[in-house]
Write a protein that binds this ligand. Structure first.
Ligand SMILES: Cc1ncc(COP(=O)(O)O)c(C=O)c1O
Length: 388
């Protein structure tokens, strides 16, 4: 048996990212406008980077609190009180090495091998891949799609619940569809979870990117202390910190030690100097978040209007997150199309094949980018579409 074949099945079967093939194809193309990744185009602002650099230079380079420094957990508690009207104790917070790691820790906390977790689909693929790596079984509950709009039928989730179901993974606002749960949707999901004794892993990382004003509806608006909900979150998107790899979990205080143990055996905590940057992000970052959301809102309008005016794309502006997820009339192989669009239009899109069931025929564009780039990308796409 060779080295590769003697690896664990789970490791061998973990998929490569469906976006990477397109990125590798177009990475070096001069003048390409990359809309394929889920991040904005601005580096982390100075008011966040400086305190981290200062802490690093001041020797804050030792092992630190596994669940996060108390100042940062306090700031997170204040942030949740301000934005969700919920006063949570410090023991409800665990700092993690990214939103992705928050997801992995949440999975490890609630899923035993063979357990099923229902997630909505189309979906950002990392959740189901991480679940499989932990021995769990992802079950896709497809959203409905009509006239460019996605919606949830809670009965679809209900129909997929079996004795093996342990949890529901709910990403709202959604990457890639932009679908954003209403309070009625969240109530229906929470009722199901309560009825069947399921955990909810709530991925509300895009909650601030909500275009009807304020933030998106949250399970925090509904939940009682005894509910089984783990909120996974990240500094990546709100504060332009995707490369930092820092996030957090909100959990019932009774289980926080279990989460901390998981941190211990993965990374043993986030570097203290990085936590100082994250602290500055929360304490001084409100203007930055608001500016990002305003920028995304303008880009969303511009990009979606340009697509619609081709008459070959039916799409509604997404309610939340910062992606357009659209189908181009006549295109069925989106992986080949994404490569062709790199070559002929100089725009980098993510193929829908990367986003699980129901997304195969779509393309995803991240529009959190300077407006002149979005305008140029939209023009190039429109002329590509008209040439088909
Ligand atoms: C829905 C969703 N959840 C979680 C994450 C994880 O973010 P990060 O690992 O950068 O903190 C992402 C990143 O794209 C995402 O789209």
């Amino acid at each position: 048996m060779n080295q590769f074949d003697s690896l664990s099945r789970r490791a061998i079967e973990a998929p490569e990212s469906g976006i990477v093939a397109v990125v590798n194809h177009g990475r070096l193309k001069p003048g390409l406008i990359p809309l394929w990744a889920g991040e904005g185009d601005e580096p982390t602002p100075d008011f966040i980077a400086r305190p981290a650099a200062d802490a690093l230079m001041a020797g804050e380079t030792f092992y630190t609190w596994q669940r996060g420094i108390p100042d940062l957990r306090q700031a997170l508690a204040d942030y949740h009180a301000k934005h969700f009207g919920k006063q949570l104790p410090l023991d409800a917070f665990c700092v993690t090495g990214s939103g992705m790691q928050a997801i992995k820790i949440a999975i490890e906390a609630v899923v035993d091998p063979g357990d099923e977790v229902i997630h909505l689909s189309p979906a950002w693929p990392n959740f189901s891949a991480a679940l499989r790596l932990s021995g769990g079984v992802p079950i896709a509950a497809e959203l409905d799609y009509a006239e460019g709009r996605w919606s949830l039928d809670p009965d679809r989730i209900a129909s997929l619940i079996t004795p093996r179901t342990r949890a529901l993974f709910i990403n709202t606002p959604s990457n890639p569809t932009g679908w954003t749960a209403t309070i009625e949707d969240l109530t229906a999901i929470l009722d199901l979870a309560r009825k069947h004794g399921l955990w909810i892993i709530a991925d509300e990382i895009y909650t601030r990117f909500f275009y009807a004003g304020g933030r998106a509806p949250s399970f925090l608006d509904l939940m009682e202390d005894e509910d089984r909900i783990l909120f996974v979150n990240t500094f990546s998107k709100n504060w332009s910190m995707t490369g930092w790899r820092i996030g957090w979990i909100v959990a019932p205080p009774s289980i926080i030690q279990v989460l901390e143990n998981s941190v211990q055996y993965q990374t043993s905590g986030v570097a203290q100097f990085m936590q100082k940057g994250a602290l500055a992000a929360i304490e001084h970052g409100e203007d930055h978040v608001e500016a990002q959301v305003a920028k995304a809102a303008r880009a969303r309008d511009l990009f979606c209007d340009a697509l619609t005016s081709t008459n070959r794309v039916v799409t509604q502006k997404p309610d939340g997150a910062f992606y357009a997820f659209f189908r181009i009339d006549g295109i069925t192989d989106t992986r080949a199309a994404a490569i062709d669009i790199v070559d002929k239009a100089g725009v980098g899109l993510a193929p829908g094949t990367a986003f699980d069931r129901g997304g195969e025929q779509f393309l995803r564009a991240c529009f959190l980018r300077r407006l002149d780039h979005i305008e140029e990308a939209a023009e190039r796409l429109a002329s590509y579409i008209s040439s088909l």
